[in-house]
Design a protein. Sequence first.
Length: 401
Amino acid sequence: MNNGWSIAKLGDYISIKSGLSYKGSKIGYGDSILLGMGCVSYKDTFVYSGARPYDGNDIDEAYCVSVGDIVLATRQQSDNLPILAMPAIIPDDFYGKKVIFGTNLYKVDNNSELSNRFIFWLLKNKHYVAYIAGVKSGTAVQMVTKKNVENYKFLCPPKEQREAIADLMWTYEKIISNNNKRIKILEQMAENLYKEWFVRFRFPGHEDVEFENGIPKGWEVKRLNEIADILMGQSPESEYYNDNGEGLPFHQGVGSYGDFYLVDSTYSTEGKRIAEPFSIIFSVRAPVGRININLSRIILGRGVASINSKYKRNGYLLWMLKNMFSKEDIIGNGSIFTSVTKDELYKQKILTPSNDLIDRFDRIASDIEKQIRNIYITNCNLVKQRDLLLPRLMSGKLQVK
């Protein structure tokens, strides 16, 4: 190999350790943190949904990880996102806490000249993803062994290039992460404002408003279909589906939901139930009540419905629905649903303020959503740039100056 590049085997630099076979009775208690597969994602450095309290005071330190360590998912359901053997780095948030990696995770034990940051991006590279796809085993549940990971062969750059690649990728990651934090802050602002005005009733001018039976005088209780147009989804035959962009994006459940906006991956050349851009996409099958927004025209499948304000007030409607369905699978009256019909959705009762107050909130909420959208689109472009650069850098076709 030219310029100091050489073919190397990952196992010559690191070893893979299995996680703790833990006791279910200890989950939810204690000051330790137990990590499961939920902490690993194809697109993120760390996902907090996989971290749970655990009573781990008597746990061997060999099953503990520190800030900056890498863990890998050992298995996955075959219909999930491609997280199998993907890396996650333990974030600074866990500094000073005892963190345990569980039985569905591997830990990368690295005592070599390769930095963890370089190894992380090495294992994010599509060459590694393709390698794992070739060695995985199982059908309903797919798995990789420790040896599978250790036997991975890659093109190893000289130290200067390794550090330059890691630094560049982490610069992208830092910008993307900071943008995601900005999005969360904006979401929280809109949520808090909605609750302040329409739950706590501390809206502008509330001091001069009379209350009757605990609600502002003049506010009405309406059904959801009186203020919103609701279109239930209907899935076309699977023979029309594709993943090469033919037709319109097709969504039929929360599997294609992002944090705020739908992620288009499946398309269909047929489908009669169409949602226009910036509709509120509501899941009608478990988990009922999860909400996203679509950025393009989409075909609605049977697991979702589109909801749009009859009066062009989607900013207000979005946060009203987010507040109303903040607990998944709970519909209006407190009943637990695994699915919801059109009639059940139509008749949900909505406490409706005055039009002037709705309009005032809608202007603020719509502006916040536009800010979130702009940051999200910026992040999507950054991710595309990063993901185009990474394989070229790791193959030596492009070098960081």
